[in-house]
Design a protein around this ligand. Structure first.
Ligand SMILES: [Zn+2]
Length: 424
């Protein structure tokens, strides 16, 4: 973010707060206010429990002009993303998803040794490695140095920089425009959306294609997935808003797919406006019409979301209060980012949840940020035999219920909080 001199005048600065990250209209409408919470990946060691913990507002607004749902940015991306603990390759299903995409896009665009593919936020090379294997030249762009180093070891050339117009112009000047630009789960994490999309336009070769994947706001709303709102995700997109953003930068959306990943995502395909060789698929106007029919082009549809979220909090607390009054024990399963949004918003600490378990060794012996619920290996469940197991990564509930079938031996019951509190 740049500071201009006018920002030093308090009156101007006050008027300048809270403007839409895309269209700069003033942000006057709350989508949902989840209170304050720590960054969702800031797990604590025992020694850190008695220290101050930074909390930031988790208040999402909706723009009355372009309907972009967004958080204000409180933490610089440099602080979140330069040393990052998330390695995409740890998730088998995500790597398989990437592999299937590479096969599909290679075939659809006829990519080969003369093509050039760039992925923005390429993480540890989980995706580009499949192009490298097929002999297609690639470049990854990944600001997190520790993660990028893994990609380079894997044979994926990677630049450790943040992407925007400056870097795109430098690549284009060096004759390195891309036939395919990929951005998976990066758009939400971009503080300067216009600089990023303008960079995509510059980087894209004539006749090139960009594909972007991101969680679909319509699914977040329909599925009551408020716990997927984190400080690290600055923006939440409908197709209507995405089309406007691309159009503002000379890009035409020509196809869209609905994917099951992350609770319901979109994959959009875009090209230069002037590239008429790629007709617009019927799926684009079809999904836009569906979003309009759901009211996503009017504020009313957004203003009812907050009450739905508040009701979910009341229902979860109702259940927990009842369970505790009946003398039941409740343990958690999983320590995902979304669990931290949920527990902090609902004020659920060890007074309700004895502990949680997770398969990630890094988290064992640590505590959830904000709520300080301890994290143990999954074997803890068989030791303490809780009456209820609250599944925090609800998107994986079928898989988890299968894995934990043995807990039925002592009559444990599973509870999911989202889309509504339900005992399975
Ligand atoms: Zn806007």
């Amino acid at each position: 973010m740049t500071m201009t001199n006018s920002a030093l005048d308090p009156a101007v600065a006050a008027a300048a707060v809270r403007r839409c990250r895309f269209c700069a209209a003033p942000l006057r409408h709350t989508f949902v206010d989840l209170g304050s919470s720590p960054l969702c990946e800031s797990f604590l060691t025992a020694a850190e429990l008695n220290r101050m913990e930074p909390f930031y507002p988790l208040h999402a607004y909706v723009c009355e002009t372009c309907f972009l749902v967004q958080l204000e940015q409180y933490v610089a991306p440099e602080d979140i993303f330069t040393e990052y603990a998330y390695f995409s390759s740890y998730s088998d299903s995500w790597v398989a998803h990437a592999h299937a995409y590479v096969e599909l896009v290679t075939e659809r665009l006829g990519l080969g040794p003369d093509s050039f593919v760039v992925e923005l936020a390429s993480n540890d090379g989980y995706l580009l490695q499949h192009f490298v294997g097929g002999g297609v030249p690639v470049l990854g762009i990944e600001p997190a140095k520790n993660v990028a180093a893994v990609a380079v070891e894997r044979g994926v050339p990677t630049l450790t920089e943040f992407f925007g117009q400056a870097l795109a112009a430098r690549l284009a000047d060096n004759g390195r425009q891309a036939n395919l630009v990929i951005g998976n789960n990066v758009l939400a994490q971009v503080p300067d959306l216009n600089d990023f999309v303008a960079g995509v336009k510059l980087l894209l070769a004539p006749g090139g294609v960009v594909t972007l994947e991101f969680p679909h706001l319509a699914r977040l709303m329909a599925g009551n997935q408020f716990d997927t709102i984190y400080h690290e995700h600055f923006s939440y997109f409908s197709l209507l808003t995405t089309e406007r953003i691309l159009a503002a930068h000379g890009l035409t959306l020509f196809d869209v797919e609905e994917l099951p990943t992350h609770g319901g995502s979109l994959r959009v395909w875009a090209r230069h406006d002037e590239d008429h060789a790629k007709p617009v698929s019927d799926r684009v106007p079809g999904l836009l019409a569906h979003e309009r029919a759901s009211g996503l082009d009017h504020l009313d549809a957004y203003s009812s979301f907050a009450e739905q979220v508040a009701e979910t909090k009341r229902a979860l607390l109702d259940f927990l209060i009842r369970a505790k009054r009946e003398g039941r024990s409740v343990a958690g399963y999983g320590a995902p980012g979304k669990g931290n949004t949920l527990l902090n918003y609902c004020g659920v600490r060890t007074d309700f949840l004895d502990y949680t378990v997770d398969r990630n060794h890094y988290k064992h012996g640590r505590y959830l940020p904000g709520t300080h619920v301890p994290i143990f290996p999954p074997a803890k469940l068989a030791e303490t035999r809780p009456d209820y197991i609250l599944i925090l990564p609800w998107n994986l509930k079928d898989e988890i219920v299968r894995q934990l079938a043995y807990t039925r031996d002592w009559g444990a019951r599973f509870v999911v909080p989202i889309p509504r509190v339900e005992v399975l």
